[in-house]
Design a protein around this ligand. Structure first.
Ligand code: PEP
Length: 252
């Protein structure tokens, strides 16, 4: 059975003290004790080791980086490698977030390298895919997702592909307050699973975790997470307030 996952992407928010406080508020809350859900927190790079230190003994909480460099090491001032992330105690890394694709010009080529280097360093990529609003409105959303899967992930061996977490994040829903309906989310998650089935077979397609991301909040999480192919969420804005985030973690 696929494990339920709720991942909080803090983006460029919180000082170190604020981040640690938020983290403590989440894990120490009596409302956040469920063991059937894996909670993943993605703080900024500079919080990683401090947060990872706190999760060491808790099998239900893990830490993710929000990005990694596509090369292993070298003269790349200001960058952070997958090896550094792993050594800081993180087990996961978000790759291909639409904000990075947009503001940092992350290309398909670069994303392929990032996935490869993350896997090489035994980090689990949480790989984001999603159509933009033009693609959705012109009914090209399925085609767009099909190409994103094929172009950035289908080079992987079945063993490596099976290690991924996919996050379906329609770009029009990220940070906009406009959430995909449960019908739209389930339709796309089911389509993604079917594409994976075609390429890698039933066992892998049934086992892969597919998260929904895009204005998921305490009010809509339950309905989204009740969809057959939605295994949890990647949460931006609503991960910055402990009570909201915990409520989403409890929405299965
Ligand atoms: C995200 O950035 O991955 C995200 C889902 O953001 P939000 O929840 O704020 O839409």
């Amino acid at each position: 059975m696929r494990r339920k996952i709720v991942a909080g992407n803090w983006k460029m928010n919180k000082s170190l003290a604020q981040g640690l406080q938020l983290f403590d508020d989440i894990i120490n809350s009596p409302d956040h004790q469920q063991t059937n859900v894996l909670t993943i927190i993605a703080p900024s790079f500079i919080h990683l080791s401090a947060v990872a230190e706190k999760v060491k003994t808790n099998p239900n909480i893990a830490v993710a980086a929000q990005n990694c460099h596509h090369l292993s090491s070298g003269a790349y001032t200001g960058e952070v490698s997958a090896e550094m992330i792993k050594s800081a105690g993180a087990e996961y890394v978000i790759i291909g977030h639409s904000e990075r694709r947009l503001y940092n010009n992350e290309t398909i080529d670069l994303l392929i390298q990032k996935v490869n280097i993350a896997l090489k360093n035994k980090l689990t990529p949480i790989f984001c895919i999603g159509e933009n609003s033009d693609e959705r409105h012109s009914n090209k959303h399925l085609e767009a997702i099909k190409f994103q899967l094929k172009d950035t992930l289908f080079h992987l061996s079945a063993i490596d592909f099976g290690k991924l977490i996919i996050a379906y994040e329609p770009v029009w829903a990220i940070g906009t307050g406009v959430t995909a309906t449960s019908h739209q989310a389930q339709g796309m998650h089911n389509f993604i699973r079917a594409e994976i089935n075609k390429k890698y077979g039933k066992e892998i397609s049934e086992q892969i975790t597919i998260l929904y991301g895009g204005s998921c909040n305490p009010q809509n999480a339950k309905e989204l997470f009740s969809c057959l192919d939605v295994d949890g969420g990647l949460i931006g804005g609503s991960s910055l307030k402990a009570t909201d985030f915990i409520s989403i973690c409890n929405s299965f």
